[in-house]
Design a protein around this ligand. Structure first.
Ligand SMILES: CCCCCCCC/C=C\CCCCC/C=C/C(=O)SCCNC(=O)CCNC(=O)[C@H](O)C(C)(C)COP(=O)(O)OP(=O)(O)OC[C@H]1O[C@@H](n2cnc3c(N)ncnc32)[C@H](O)[C@@H]1OP(=O)(O)O
Ligand SMILES: Cc1cc2nc3c(=O)[nH]c(=O)nc-3n(C[C@H](O)[C@H](O)[C@H](O)COP(=O)(O)OP(=O)(O)OC[C@H]3O[C@@H](n4cnc5c(N)ncnc54)[C@H](O)[C@@H]3O)c2cc1C
Length: 625
């Protein structure tokens, strides 16, 4: 009798399963995992705070690098319900979703549209004679494409469609739609549903497609917490049309936590392997050195560790900010919705792009063995690059942040600013003076000035172009590279200052030795990004060549100081071997034995001579083909 652990983590490695077997195996594992999680849910209420903790447990415990066919049920189907269904609808559906007696997905993206959601083509036309909506996919490009779990797993999904009533289009709204029979799991009439095929990664998420041929759903299947359709077809507007986008804000907040989880796995593997791997001699005649002793290796890995700690603290700040503003939204106060959206956009973009960048660095820092699937680094790299796209392409999200920053800058003199942008007032105030200094505070101030000056420059450029006769839209597009850069600079200023402030608070309750190491990580992160963004700082601050020379020495000194604690820092993530799933990163450091153990699991090693020798090779080598 297998233990739960053996059931979850034993068996043929996924990499040797077919696409179909991989899905079936991940569904088997998901059922075991989520049965355990369901017990947790039954003990907790389902408000967002508990829900997010549950979700991070789910994400953190997702036992396959390829994700889970239940992922979207937790990550979007339920959060959208909690934020967009009215009380009657929550009463009717939420408990069934929570105990997984129904499995849902979230169908927004179509073959033809992912970013521009106002351009989605799926229609939901209200028929007052039957008090139903008619869901229809008018074109191939209107087919929903990507929804996780939709291929073969979900029997319900939330569909985002253009709402028509009394001949008028009211824009995109959310509808709950049953897609498969709850007993037979057969697709319901008028529904064409399937799986989209093999992807770069996340091949257990079971992303699917769905098309509707005049499928009728009751009026009460429109999620009506915000906007409504009355029985006679009268449309009742939402207090704010952007509230329908609320679930995307929540998921972007979750993704920032998720990006930290992925990066933590990658740097745990790369750091432990770099401590085990010995290669080359520093001095003739000496034993080969741990590759972690090479400063170039420290440059790749220790900065990633610092980045992981930095983003973890920023994920917590974002979650706290989300909770504060979400409470205000529930009370009808929309004042900070735009700020929350802008913050969620830039932090999702920067956390995922940093995670993708540093994970790729971890992969190459492990040489050939880092290219083995059994190292888990290729799969983690595929995961992090996906996160730069899903829940909003990073470029598009940074442009959203830039849009908010320009709007803020236009109003800079009309009153107080909201917390995440009040630095703009400080560094632009008359009489404000600043001389670059090589300190954390000096670096933070420098990044704030860069951000302010980029935003100001973008607005001046826009104004000049429009004055010269260019349309607002063309002017925006022409300078969009600079707009993205302004969004990134704003975010980097926030990340460094949040890391410094929150870590400083945390250090007050640490031992002196631990506080010293944590302080070194904050400095390493700040100095690393200063050196990475030297061009901006030279353009907009008084940093000098002499300052840069000292910064480089400071950086190298920090690498030297942090090196002895590198393994301890990643051990602190406490990722068990079963979740790490890595021949290179296992806690016991038996890298070579594990590489060989995994290799021998290859089906190609089951017999000494593969059948292709007799069928192909031998005739070929004997000139008979
Ligand atoms: C559980 C088991 C674990 C297993 C899994 C393990 C692995 C984990 C795997 C995955 C984890 C995550 C899975 C994610 C799955 C992915 C799901 C999706 O991708 S769902 C689809 C996501 N799609 C998008 O994000 C689309 C992006 N596009 C948009 O958001 C919009 O189109 C837009 C780009 C913002 C433009 O919208 P619109 O045209 O309406 O806007 P503008 O004309 O620019 O006007 C902007 C004004 O609107 C305000 N606005 C825009 N968006 C929002 C918002 N979200 N919230 C609030 N306000 C918003 C904006 O501020 C502007 O306001 P003003 O300036 O006019 O005041
Ligand atoms: C692993 C994975 C899981 C997913 N899961 C789901 C899911 O469960 N449900 C769901 O609904 N969707 C899901 N998606 C779809 C995802 O939300 C979209 O892929 C994403 O929103 C990007 O849209 P797109 O793919 O159409 O890219 P596009 O928008 O076509 O982007 C392509 C390029 O065009 C650029 N671009 C687009 N618009 C602009 C603009 N206005 N200004 C400047 N540049 C622009 C982008 O920057 C990008 O470089 C998933 C995607 C992935 C990869």
């Amino acid at each position: 009798m297998l233990t739960k652990r053996e059931e979850l983590f034993g068996g043929t490695p996924d990499e040797y399963l077919s696409h179909k077997e991989k899905y079936e195996n991940s569904t088997r594992k998901a059922v075991i995992l989520f049965s355990l999680l369901r017990k947790i849910q039954e003990e907790n209420n389902t408000d967002l705070t508990n829900y997010r903790n549950l979700l991070s447990g789910v994400l953190g415990a997702s036992i396959s690098q390829d994700g889970s066919p239940f992922g979207l049920h937790y990550i979007m189907f339920m959060p959208v319900f909690m934020s967009q269904a009215d009380e009657e609808q929550q009463e009717r559906w939420l408990h069934r979703a929570l105990n997984c007696s129904i499995i849902g997905s979230y169908a927004q993206t179509e073959l033809g549209h992912g970013t521009f959601i106002r351009g989605l083509e799926t229609t939901a036309t209200y028929d007052p004679s039957t008090q139903e909506f008619v869901l229809h996919s008018p074109t191939l490009t209107s087919y929903k494409w990507w929804p996780g779990g939709l291929g073969n797993t979900a029997n319900y999904c939330i569909v985002i469609a253009q709402l028509y009533s009394k001949g008028e289009c009211h824009g995109i709204h959310s509808f709950i739609v049953q897609v498969r029979d709850e007993d037979t799991h057969m697709p319901l009439p008028g529904i064409k549903v399937g799986e989209i095929g093999v992807k770069m990664g996340l091949n257990a998420v079971n992303n699917g497609f769905i098309g509707f041929e005049n499928v009728r759903i009751p009026r009460t299947n429109m999620l009506m917490k915000h906007a409504k359709i009355l029985e006679d077809g009268t449309y009742v507007k939402s207090k704010n049309s952007k509230l329908i986008y609320g679930a995307m804000v929540f998921v972007r907040v979750v993704i920032v936590f998720d990006s930290v989880n992925y990066l933590a796995k990658a740097i745990t593997v790369a750091t432990r392997y770099s401590a085990v791997r010995r290669q080359s001699q520093l001095k003739e005649g000496e034993p080969e050195r741990q590759i972690l002793d090479y400063v170039t290796q420290q440059d790749k890995i220790l900065t990633a560790i610092a980045g992981c700690f930095a983003m973890k603290m920023n994920a917590r700040m974002l979650w706290d900010t989300f909770n504060v503003i979400n409470d205000q939204l529930h009370k009808g106060n929309m004042e900070r919705l735009g700020e929350l959206h802008a913050l969620a956009c830039c932090l999702k973009a920067i956390s995922t792009s940093d995670s993708s960048l540093f994970t790729a660095r971890c992969r190459v820092s492990c040489g050939g063995h880092g290219y083995m699937v059994s190292s888990t680094l290729p799969a983690t790299s595929a995961l992090t690059t996906a996160s730069c796209t899903y829940e909003g392409d990073n470029t598009v999200l940074l442009l959203q942040t830039a849009r908010f920053l320009l709007k803020t800058w236009r109003q800079i003199d009309t009153g107080p600013l909201t917390p995440t942008v009040e630095y703009l007032k400080t560094v632009s105030a008359p009489g404000f003076s600043y001389k670059w200094e090589n300190s954390i505070e000096g670096i933070i101030r420098g990044f704030q000035i860069v951000s302010m000056k980029k935003i100001s420059s973008c607005l001046n450029l826009m104004t000049a172009k429009v004055m010269s006769g260019m349309s607002q839209a063309d002017a925006w597009n022409t300078i969009s590279i600079q707009l993205v850069s302004a969004g990134e600079s704003h975010c980097r200023a926030i990340v460094i200052s949040t890391f410094h402030e929150d870590m400083s608070k945390a250090m007050r309750s640490m031992s002196a030795s631990l506080a010293e190491v944590m302080g070194q990580l904050v400095e390493l992160y700040a100095v690393y990004w200063t050196l990475e963004r030297l061009g901006d700082l030279l353009e907009y601050t008084s940093i000098s060549g002499a300052d840069v020379v000292k910064l480089r020495s400071w950086y190298e000194e920090l690498l030297r100081k942090i090196r002895p604690n590198a393994v301890g820092l990643v051990d602190a993530f406490d990722i068990i071997d079963e979740l790490l799933q890595s021949t290179l990163g296992a806690y016991d450091g038996r890298v070579y034995e594990r590489l060989m153990e995994e290799a021998l699991k290859s089906p190609l090693n089951a017999e000494p001579v593969n059948q292709s020798f007799h069928k192909y090779l031998k005739p070929f080598m004997q000139g008979k083909l």
